[in-house]
Design a protein around this ligand. Structure first.
Ligand code: NAD
Length: 393
């Protein structure tokens, strides 16, 4: 689908700190668009707490329809109520709209405190599968008749009678499909080609979970091997077990390799400069992108967006941080930089660059919210609102 040229952009401010960072980020995004000669037609829509107050439901049809129709939207975090019977609203929204790729760039901004020795080497983009894996929410609760039927099946029919302990048990299902895996890996490879990246790393735990995570790796390598010419995309053979230094890779080709997820978490910290674009199943992607975010300033900084079928729903990596809600303290940078991704999807690259430069200058000159102030003695702690005003200035 072509991107909309004069978009109406639905915005959900979100729950918890969403009420602080939502309006602040919206002001910054509006100012950046105006400064680069563009108008944003915002359309406020509701989900979560505000939707319950207004419509008495969590995710009103109007909200889903607005995002479906206008195709480009941005949201703050939504709280998933604790207790039985609540599926994550975020997951529901991504699944309903079939936004199958969650994309999280991790790059370093000058002035951000980082535990790494060379944080400026961090420049990675993670592609996380968004619709399946254990996050599909297919689970049976301990004590129900259903879970006992599943237990009987697993023990008697499948022969795993020595694996499950006696007494109450909860059971979940981990679906990983060819369709879901391949379309995600395709997005990651296309992104690498379009953005002159050298490598796509498929991150999974296929040595243990052979028929789910292992299949993800196999299907991903199949995409690399069969759907692109060798001089454009090179599927590295045996990359799980052998060093690739000796492999003869065609010049300018994107190399696609595999890594085991547990080892990857350490490589990411020890050899940051070796990684570029990462593609992985849902759960690995969730953990790994939070960990990557911590290396470049934490959740207050880390942006993201969900893509699929010509739609883009930008959202930060962080949640609603209830402890900080309503205090005008939280860091709006993650939501602001998520807006940058959305604008770049619209082709507004100059607006995106301006946003990045303004945020970087603000932090580098020492105006920061509480989360970064804790780690930088020379910086001045300001409120969410003051921070956004400084970025706009
Ligand atoms: P969280 O990301 O909300 O917060 C964890 C901690 O990170 C906070 O206590 C705070 O110290 C810090 N933090 C996060 N965002 C920050 C910001 N912008 N500025 C400064 N500090 C920030 O994670 P959680 O506490 O595990 O989850 C709280 C709620 O958010 C849950 O209901 C969860 O389901 C939901 N959640 C929603 C999303 C989403 O909307 N996409 C994502 C994750 C969690």
């Amino acid at each position: 689908l072509d991107v909309p040229t004069d978009p109406i952009i639905p915005i959900i401010h979100g729950d918890g700190i969403g009420k602080d960072v939502g309006p602040a980020a919206q002001d910054v995004l509006t100012a950046a668009a105006e400064a680069t000669g563009r108008d944003v037609n915002w359309m406020e829509v509701y989900a979560g707490e505000t939707a319950r107050e207004k419509y008495d439901e969590n995710l009103p049809d109007e909200t889903v329809e607005a995002i479906e129709e206008h195709r480009v939207a941005i949201k703050g975090p939504l709280t998933t109520p604790v207790g039985a019977g609540f599926r994550s609203l975020n997951v529901a929204l991504r699944q309903t709209l079939d936004l199958y790729a969650n994309v999280r760039p991790t790059y370093y901004l000058d002035g951000v405190p980082s535990p790494m020795k060379a944080p400026e080497e961090m420049d990675m983009v993670t592609f996380r599968e968004n619709t399946e894996d254990v996050y599909a929410g297919i689970e049976w609760e301990a004590g129900t008749e259903e879970v006992e039927q599943v237990r009987d099946f697993v023990e008697d029919e499948m022969g795993f009678d020595d694996v499950m302990h006696d007494g109450p048990i909860g059971i979940g299902i981990k679906p990983i499909s060819e369709k879901g895996s391949k379309r995600l890996v395709r997005e990651a490879i296309d992104y690498a080609i379009e953005n002159d990246r050298d490598k796509v790393t498929l991150v999974h735990k296929g040595n243990i979970m052979k028929f789910t995570e292992g299949q993800f790796g196999d299907w991903g390598m199949e995409v690399a091997d069969e759907e692109y010419p060798d001089d454009e995309v090179f599927a590295a053979p045996d990359s799980l077990w052998e060093e690739q230094d000796e492999v003869d890779i065609p010049e300018d080709a994107v190399m696609v390799e595999e890594r085991l997820a547990d080892a990857m978490l350490q490589w990411m910290q020890l050899r940051t400069d070796e990684f570029d674009v990462l593609a992985m199943p849902n759960l690995n992607g969730d953990y790994l992108s939070d960990a990557a975010g911590a290396q470049i300033g934490g959740l207050g900084i880390a942006p993201g967006a969900n893509f699929g079928f010509g739609r883009c729903l930008a959202e930060p990596v962080h949640g609603s941080a209830p402890k900080r809600a309503g205090q005008d303290k939280a860091n709006p940078t993650a939501l602001i930089l998520s807006g940058r991704l959305m604008f770049e999807y619209l082709g507004w690259d100059d607006t995106g660059q301006l946003i990045r430069d303004a945020v970087e200058k603000t932090i580098d000159e020492g105006t920061v919210t509480y989360d970064l102030a804790r780690q930088r003695e020379d910086a001045e702690e300001v409120s969410t609102t003051e921070y956004a005003e400084t970025v706009i200035d």
